[in-house]
Design a protein around this ligand. Structure first.
Ligand code: SF4
Length: 322
């Protein structure tokens, strides 16, 4: 059984205007998205800003209520949880945020931050000291940082504290939302390797959200490519990079800088702006930027379907299923 199942998930945010804040539209941040995550797997979610990947992660965390659709963790639907079950769920699903500084209370020392987390989830006071030291050790931080405040650390160290807070609950699933994009390049690889080590040692499952295809490739077993709230392509990481099918994926790959200027990974340059999610294009959402668009692309939204050669490689494009 998959650890996480997402079925036809939609998250629309109302757009209001006027004195009476009448709803005049909706931002279709996540629009009919379905996928599963296997235990121990890393599923990468990649796409440009505004594609819905962070909203999707926040729905899974329970930070946003879905407009419709289902989210199941270990077979249990999130929508049907009682208050006490929600607390247990919150311990099972943790999040690592993009900006560790914003996610840590600046008035608390590292000891207070970690102890609070253990206390909220009912860990006995007698084991708090060992719990805190144990989790610091897991993220390679020394005990002398316990009395310091978040502002006294570098960005990489702060992210280690954020990771310590996430793994402290022995979670089943961690949603990593752009966990290294706010860090210096020199620090990024250390944090990514820490996440990989923790996954191996603790058997963690990651939903890894990033706009950076190189980072996602390094971390992921499978990758979802999102655009304007919809999944454009889903495949295992090797296949996606070796044989991207969707024109949007090809364009994203083409935009990755490579050391040799004569080499390109994709075939199409990505041109134009991302359309508004409040008023997405009719038909295929990529039709305003796609060089292959034909009449059907402006009329009918393509379904996400498996390719004939590989049932696990899904693409939403009329080019392949006309
Ligand atoms: Fe391009 Fe049409 Fe495929 Fe959309 S469905 S990606 S517009 S060819």
């Amino acid at each position: 059984m998959p650890i996480l199942e997402v079925e036809h998930l939609k998250k629309y945010f109302p757009v209001t205007s006027g004195v009476f804040l009448r709803q005049t539209g909706a931002v279709h941040a996540v629009d009919d998205v379905s996928f599963t995550v296997a235990r121990g797997e890393t599923l990468g979610i990649v796409g440009e800003s505004g594609c819905g990947k962070t909203t999707l992660g926040r729905c899974i965390m329970g930070l946003h209520s879905p407009t419709s659709g289902k989210i199941r963790l270990e077979g249990e639907s999130m929508g049907k949880l009682s208050v006490s079950q929600r607390k247990a769920f919150a311990a099972k699903v943790q999040m690592i945020f993009q900006d560790p500084y914003e996610s840590l209370n600046p008035r608390q020392t590292v000891r207070q931050i970690l102890e609070e987390k253990f206390r909220i989830h009912g860990r006995p006071a007698a084991t708090l000291e060992d719990d805190v030291h144990g989790v610091l050790n897991q993220v390679n931080l020394d005990a002398d940082c316990l009395l310091k405040y978040p502002h006294e650390f570098s960005g990489g160290q702060r992210q280690r504290i954020g990771i310590a807070r996430a793994v402290s609950m022995s979670p089943e699933l961690i949603v990593c939302d752009e966990p290294v994009s706010a860090l210096d390049v020199s620090v990024q690889s250390k944090i990514l390797n820490l996440l990989l080590d923790l996954q191996e040692n603790l058997g963690l499952t990651y939903l890894f959200i990033s706009h950076d295809l190189s980072v996602v490739r390094h971390m992921s077993d499978r990758i979802i490519v999102m655009y304007l709230g919809k999944i454009m392509e889903l495949a295992d990481a090797e296949t996606l990079y070796a044989a991207p099918r969707h024109p949007y994926t090809q364009a994203l790959l083409d935009a990755i800088p490579v050391p040799d200027p004569t080499v390109t990974l994709g075939t199409l340059p990505l041109k134009g702006e991302v359309p508004s999610v409040e008023n997405p294009p009719k038909g295929c959402r990529f039709n305003t930027r796609c060089p292959h668009a034909t009449d059907i692309c402006f009329e009918k939204s393509p379904e996400l379907k498996p390719s004939q050669e590989d049932a696990l490689h899904l693409t939403a494009c009329h080019l392949f299923y006309a």
